[in-house]
Design a protein around this ligand. Structure first.
Ligand code: HPA
Ligand code: ZN
Length: 333
């Protein structure tokens, strides 16, 4: 077996954690079509093929428009269960043993879907994942940063009675022009209520948004963070504080953050000693789940076995698992 075959074999077999996955972004065209019929919700596509051919994005905003339209087919608790269960079957296939998933309550509550319908559907599938397959998980609730801070407090309020299910809060949607400081008070309140915090930053936005996520939102992880290399002092701080950066290579190519995978800066980030790992973000829209992200990136950037091992180790080290569970998985890599 040559070196690349060894690496692919390792990626397929090794237990992995995923830390950056929007559950709404795992809505495959086939399920979108099925739910649009089941719920009699119109979507602007006549077939699965037409949906797939619409997935050409020029930036984050052009993707978000289609992503929110797709989410409109999700109505009942059963829909959120089915969505999550399909993702869990992908986890099983990719040997993901632990996953920390985002959901966007506001893209559902704004359409009149109850918060409880969403969280209960997702949670039931995650419980079944644990009992059927031993897959563990955490749920992170994201605020939509293109909206104002005020209505987010109402969402946070709704989450209080689900503290047993939701470990933390995050920030996603349109980054440029929606800086972290817009949500400073909201995140302070969330922390007081016992939620951990994370935020998308430095996907398209500048390094300052990463600084402000650390300093103002007190985040434990930065989602994406690939723009950090534009600021040496920031790189030093991220390293010193061991801040995880949840990088999503295929997403970055689909949204034109980098022109091609060969140009991605993941290897540079690894070589600088940053705590990076690979994730799939919105796999139904970006062309691949976790193993495909790892394999394609390994090929394009010529990663060696040590690089890949570090990426997988970082996925567990950066998770919100307890120390015992982390050490247990780290011992199996
Ligand atoms: N960035 C910001 N918001 C998102 C993303 C993303 O990659 N995916 C889903 N919502
Ligand atoms: Zn994301």
């Amino acid at each position: 077996m040559n070196n690349l075959d060894n690496i692919i074999n390792f990626i397929n077999k090794v237990p992995k954690a995923e830390l950056h996955l929007h559950i709404e972004g795992s809505l495959e065209p086939e399920l979108m079509f099925k739910l649009s019929k089941r719920n009699k919700v119109e979507i602007p596509f006549k077939s699965v093929e037409e949906i797939k051919s619409a997935y050409n994005f020029k930036n984050l905003d052009s993707f978000l428009k289609i992503y929110y339209e797709g989410s409109n087919v999700l109505i009942t608790e059963e829909d959120f269960f089915d969505l999550t269960w399909e993702y869990i079957l992908r986890c099983k296939n990719d040997n993901i043993v632990h996953t920390e998933i985002f959901f966007d309550p506001q893209s559902h509550t704004e359409r009149g879907i109850e918060f409880d319908v969403v969280i209960n559907g997702i949670n039931k599938a995650l419980k079944k994942a644990n009992s059927d397959f031993g897959i563990t998980s955490k749920i992170i609730m994201c605020f939509l940063r293109h909206l104002d801070e005020d209505p987010c407090f109402e969402v946070l309020n709704q989450a209080l009675k689900h503290k047993d299910k939701i470990i933390g809060v995050g920030l996603d949607s349109s980054e440029k022009g929606n800086p972290p400081q817009k949500f400073k008070k909201l995140f302070e309140t969330a922390i007081q209520e016992g939620f951990l915090t994370v935020a998308h930053a430095g996907e398209e936005g500048p390094p300052e948004y990463i600084w402000d996520s650390l300093n103002l939102l007190k985040v434990k992880r930065i989602d994406h963070g690939v723009q950090c290399l534009r600021d040496d002092k920031l790189v030093e701080t991220l390293k010193q504080k061991n801040i995880p950066l949840t990088v999503c290579p295929l997403s970055n190519i689909k949204l034109c953050v980098f022109e091609k995978l060969e140009n991605h800066n993941l290897k540079k980030m690894l070589d600088k000693g940053l705590r990076v790992m690979v994730n799939s973000d919105d796999p139904a829209y970006f062309g691949g789940y976790l193993n495909k992200n790892l394999i394609e990136t390994s090929k394009a950037l010529n990663l060696n076995m040590v690089d890949v091992r570090v990426l997988i180790e970082n996925s567990f080290k950066s998770s919100f698992l307890d120390e015992n569970s982390k050490n247990n998985w780290l011992g199996k890599i």
